[in-house]
Design a protein around this ligand. Structure first.
Ligand code: HH2
Length: 296
């Protein structure tokens, strides 16, 4: 199907996810209520929490804090993907994330995701207790898809234009919403055709990954078009620089209210999965948004 045909089909669609339960290795989550994925970066250089949770004991304490604030899933990452970030070797990524995944799994049954695009890291993380692979390259490595099929892992497929080192240099699209939607529909369709259950696949337009502020805003505004693919959408707006830019250059730690505002708008547009650092603030806001919009 060509781009115009897909645009035609998805325009004017209702904002209602067809998958009402996200299933993954050893678990599932209802999508009838907002799902919050708490971010735990075990890195020295992440843009908002870099260096804070490199010590496994501190990472574990942060996971427990995120769970107590209402996180439905904890996502552990060992490589920053911020604009300009340098890649990390698999050995170093494994050293960062595996002890943390093991420690959280020993103390809690909370679903865990691994944020990686390396199959060897994903595989070790799944063995250590993760149930979902969040891959910002949408399965660029050909080993990732067979791993998902044989492990039963859930997957988040994210759109990125370019690669982290250079992606913000000059992002360019003819029609950002159609291009991102088509890319994700193809990636998700490929995963399902290879044997990943449809209910295990979540798509993500990739806020800030090769996108200007205007591109990010359009993708949020037009979320119903992405949802019309039938796959649930995860959105990662948390503390991102486009929010700081809208506010005249705020640093990451001062973008919490902006994050909350963007999540509420996305919720009203049909998004049900939110990848956030500030779980309590977003949970409170979405609980109120739900109460206002749900009939008693
Ligand atoms: N954003 C970041 C990392 N991984 N994964 C998905 N699916 N969607 C996102 O928007 C996304 C992501 C960047 O945020 P963060 O992890 O806080 O920073 P860093 O990449 O610097 O570690």
């Amino acid at each position: 199907m060509n781009r115009e045909a897909i645009s035609e089909r998805i325009s004017g669609a209702e904002a209602s996810p067809t998958t009402l339960r996200w299933t993954f290795r050893d678990g599932s989550l209802s999508l009838e209520r907002p799902v919050l994925v708490g971010v735990l970066n075990v890195t020295p250089d992440s843009f908002s929490d870099g260096g804070r949770f490199l010590d496994p004991a501190l990472a574990l304490a942060q996971a427990e804090r995120l769970i107590s604030q209402g996180a439905d899933m904890i996502e552990v990452g060992g490589e920053s993907t911020r604009p300009g970030a340098d890649p990390v070797l698999a050995g170093e990524e494994l050293r960062r994330v595996i002890p943390v995944i093991r420690a959280v799994r020993e103390r809690s049954g909370v679903p865990l995701a691994i944020d990686t695009s390396k199959p060897e890291v994903a595989e070790a993380a799944l063995q250590a207790g993760a149930g979902v692979v969040n891959d910002v390259t949408a399965l660029a490595d050909p080993e990732m898809l067979p791993l998902l099929v044989r492990s039963g892992a859930g997957v988040v497929l994210m759109h990125m234009q370019g690669e982290p080192r250079t992606m913000q240099n000059a992002p360019r699209y003819r029609d950002v919403v159609s291009e991102v939607t088509l890319y994700l529909e193809r990636a998700a369709g490929g995963a399902v055709a290879a044997g990943v259950p449809r209910s295990s696949v979540v798509v993500d337009p990739g806020m800030g990954f090769g996108k200007t502020t205007e591109h990010n805003l359009l993708l949020i505004r037009e979320l119903p078009r992405l949802l019309a693919t039938g796959y649930p959408v995860l959105l990662g707006v948390s503390r991102k620089s486009f929010l700081g830019a809208i506010l005249g250059g705020r640093p990451p730690g001062e973008r919490v209210s902006a994050t909350v505002g963007a999540c509420v708008v996305a919720y009203l547009r049909g998004c049900r999965i939110f990848r956030v650092h500030d779980v309590r603030a977003v949970r409170d806001a979405l609980t109120v948004a739900e109460a206002v919009t749900t009939d008693a």
